[in-house]
Design a protein. Structure first.
Length: 60
């Protein structure tokens, strides 16, 4: 999980899927779920406030 500033707000990003959340705890749950199952949880992702650009190349 990493933190990113977007529009003067701190967002917490799942490093597996790139979705961003206002709450650190939610981002941690998302990352746990992604690592465990290799999928995204609808219950968790509905809380996402930031979606990654699908064409942006990310390095891990």
């Amino acid at each position: 999980m990493k933190e990113k500033r977007v529009n003067n707000k701190s967002l917490f990003l799942c490093e597996m899927c790139g979705l961003g959340y206002l709450e650190k705890e939610t981002a941690e749950k998302c990352e746990e779920w992604c690592k465990k199952t290799g999928t995204c949880s609808i219950e968790i992702t509905k809380k996402a406030v930031y979606l990654p650009d699908p064409f942006q190349k990310t390095s891990k």
